[in-house]
Design a protein around this ligand. Sequence first.
Ligand code: DGL
Length: 287
Amino acid sequence: MMMSFLRAAQGPSLAAQACAPIGVFDSGIGGLSVWRHLRATLPHEDFIYVADNANVPYGDKPEEWIQARMVQMFDWFLAQGCKAIVIACNTATAAAATHLRGVYPDVFIVGLEPAIKPALLLTKNHSIAMLATARTVQSAKYEALLKRTVLPELNMAVLSIPCVGLAERIDAGLMDAPDTLDLIKQYLKPVQAAQADVVVLGCTHYPFVVQHIRALLDKNVQIIDSGAPVARYTKDVLCARHGLNPQQIEGYSRWYASSLSPDSDEHWRILSGQADVRVQQINLERE
Ligand code: DGL
């Protein structure tokens, strides 16, 4: 993150846009786990959160589809005047961040990557496991991350597990359903066999089932995700580019989804920890 911080921090001043909101995107409710860190770290910022849940999961969509959809999404965020866009989705970052940086060279884009670097510092037995969508595990971006970080380390093993079906069950609110627990059990078997002592949650949906993951692992296993470091990074870059919102009151958050259900508000309230959530419909096809 150091190199990318230096590059992002040297971008043009954001002073003129300091009062503008920050866009936060995920394929569904997973990004709310990142939004919680952003809210806590940047209390005076305004946020616009969008879930493209009509199309969740992104994890089994072709890369080209995700790239085209993200361009539509970015155009919408920019039409709302966002000064920064956080792609709170490992899958969309892996598939589209490089493409988006090419299309929008002047936009401050924050991407997410599995927290492999922090895991390398934490592991004591050189055995790390990373859980993510199939799209993230198979991506060139993830392969490059492993090459950059893990390859130079001697005897370091990273077990990357594509957890097909898990994000969509979480997105449907089925965190505690018996077959979700069966799926988690199945995906953790190789983690237990490898005796990994650090487990990286490489999908922003997974923090919402961390209690079930924790229950199946040894007490000494550390479970980490990218939410806190990404929030700090966003704050540091905004600060370096004079883009922090100067308002002294708590910022607002607006909530949008591409598919609404009768219990959307209640579901989002619980996951965001906010009392007054009203999710609005976003229809990119019509905008
Ligand atoms: N939350 C997304 C991530 O971090 C993935 C969910 C999906 O497959 O749409 O990868």
